[in-house]
Write a protein that binds this ligand. Structure first.
Ligand code: FES
Length: 125
């Protein structure tokens, strides 16, 4: 067995040991009542600045700072296409984080979201 194969097996064991990646953490962000349809909310955890958005009843979480020039996307516009940066108007797809138009070219980081007992949780690692 090559060294590369051993490394791969070890990291696979780490992930599957508990049934999921135990390095991730679910953090409670807010209640579902605080994020109605068409609204966005900012949420900070440690050094992460996260944007929560309720687009047509589905909750998304992405990094909140635009990848182009540091604008805060919570001051942007939410639409069916995603969130549009208030500074130079790039629109980011909330599911993938991918910018749909220039000048931004780098995708936003996206986070898994779950709702339990009317509370919204974001998975951070
Ligand atoms: S800062 Fe967001 S598109 Fe330029």
């Amino acid at each position: 067995m090559r060294r590369q194969d051993i490394v791969k097996q070890t990291s696979l064991e780490v992930i599957t040991n508990t049934g999921e990646n135990f390095l991730s953490k679910w953090i409670k962000a807010c209640s579902t009542k605080e994020l109605e349809k068409g609204e966005m909310l900012d949420f900070d955890h440690d050094d992460k600045k996260i944007l929560l958005a309720n687009l047509n009843g589905k909750i998304y979480a992405t990094d909140r700072i635009c990848t182009h020039a540091d604008a805060d996307l919570s001051g942007g516009i939410l639409s069916d296409e995603g969130v549009t940066c208030p500074l130079h108007l790039s629109t980011f797809n909330l599911k993938t984080g991918v910018p749909q138009n220039l000048p931004a070219e780098i995708p936003l980081k996206t986070y898994n979201v779950k709702i339990e007992q009317n509370e919204i949780y974001v998975e951070v690692e």
